[in-house]
Design a protein around this ligand. Structure first.
Ligand code: KG4
Ligand code: ZN
Length: 394
């Protein structure tokens, strides 16, 4: 079956066409196309995502991204749709920039041979989510397709089922239950216990900032561009092999707490104090490059150590058969390295699945994957639904 998925929960306009087959025992996913129009450079000027500007950018990006996704997946067909214009206009009434390009697109292109449309319903920025949802509703109406709302975090979890580009058939990833997921993104830091397909229970989460947010804020304090995660990581790598002696020790918040929760706002504040102290001691009042490298390295070590130790503690307690690491911060190589080491040394019986680098950050292929699982598990699909910025996994 083929699923077209749409993701607009934050600052990426993403559409994917996914081919999925197989029963729940062994679902197999093949990405036919996966297009992401990033607004990162656009929002970088403001140092972070501005919801109403994101909404406008999604409106402008959706039709071109859809065209590209269909073209790359070679999905065009001759049969044309001729939906009631007034109904389309009603569905898209709040997406003023989208109406004309949408109608023009529908008139000039065929109805692709897809079985369903999936769209992110939440969590995320509501104005941004709404654009994707209304667009998906208009498409589902025009093409007469089933529409499946998806939780963005489920997308991140099951993104690990999508084989990396250079896969061989034997390496098709599969999840054995119970599984544990460490979800790390710009808005979430969660440990999720997964009893079976789509049966989730959050056992720990951040009490304040998410780990990705902490990376972004620490990067800002070091005058690095947004998004800060990859930038901090790049800088931290320069520390290895460098003769730099570490004179800085940052806190590992909640490392020894008895629960599975996290806290990252104190770590960010500790970076702020360290930056101010070092700056004040320098004659020109600015950080040296070496100091920036030292802070980035120590920050990454502190952030990753808490994630790894809490995850190890959860594995020891819940004894999952699979560990999933997913979300934007899963692209962090140091986190991947330490997760692999921890599994190899302490839990060799656990199967570790880390989302492929290009599918760690927001994308629509992961939304299609979750949608296929909903169809296979015969979840009730709601006829009507709204954006939910705070949608939870439970
Ligand atoms: O999952 P995602 O694309 O969006 C959300 O759903 O939030 O995650 C984005 C987050 C950002 O905070 C970004 O700085 C972080 O993921 N990130 C990284 C890396 N790549 C992206 N953090 C650390 N190291 C990376 N290599
Ligand atoms: Zn995300």
């Amino acid at each position: 079956m083929k699923i077209l998925a749409i993701e607009t929960s934050c600052d990426e306009t993403a559409i994917s066409v996914m081919e999925a087959r197989g029963e729940l025992k062994k679902p197999v996913f093949n990405v036919l196309s996966h297009v992401v129009a990033s607004q990162v450079e656009f929002h970088a000027k403001w140092g972070g995502v501005v919801p109403n500007l994101a909404k406008r950018e999604h409106q402008l990006n959706l039709v071109p991204v859809l065209k590209e996704a269909l073209e790359r997946a070679k999905m065009d067909s001759r049969e044309k749709a001729s939906p009631l214009e007034s109904k389309v206009k009603k569905i898209l009434e709040r997406e003023t920039e989208l109406v004309a390009p949408f109608l023009e697109f529908i008139k000039n292109s065929g109805v692709p041979k897809i079985d369903a449309i999936a769209v992110t319903r939440g969590p995320g920025l509501e104005p941004a989510l709404w654009v994707g949802i209304n667009f998906a509703k208009a498409l589902a109406f025009a093409w007469d397709k089933l529409l499946i709302p998806i939780n963005h975090m489920e997308g991140h979890i099951y993104s690990v089922l999508i084989p990396p580009k250079s896969h061989n058939l034997r390496a098709i990833p599969s999840i054995t239950f119970p599984a544990l997921a460490l979800l790390v993104s710009g808005a979430h830091t969660e440990l999720v216990l997964i009893r079976d397909w789509l049966k989730h229970k959050i056992i720990g989460q951040t009490l304040d900032d998410a780990v990705g947010e902490a990376f972004d804020k620490a990067a800002r304090l070091l005058d690095l561009p947004y998004p800060g995660g990859p930038e901090i990581s790049k800088l931290a790598k320069k520390c290895q092999g460098d003769s730099l002696t570490l004179t800085l020790r940052l806190p590992r918040p909640m490392l020894h707490s008895s629960d599975f929760n996290f806290s990252y706002s104190g770590l960010k504040t500790a970076v702020l104090y360290a930056v101010n102290k070092l700056k004040a001691a320098n004659p020109d009042g600015a950080l040296t490059n070496k100091q920036k490298i030292m802070i980035a390295y120590e920050f990454e070590q502190a952030a990753v150590e808490v994630l790894i130790k809490k995850t190890a503690k959860a594995i020891a307690e819940f004894k999952p058969k699979t560990l999933i690491v997913a979300g934007g911060v899963a692209a962090n190589q140091e986190l991947g390295r330490q997760a692999s080491e921890m599994i190899k040394n302490d839990f060799p019986e656990v199967n570790l699945l880390i989302s492929a680098r290009e599918l760690s950050t927001d994308n629509a292929a992961m939304i299609a994957t979750a949608a296929y699982l909903h169809l296979q598990t015969k979840t009730r699909i709601p006829k009507n639904f709204k954006a939910d910025g705070n949608l939870s996994l439970c």
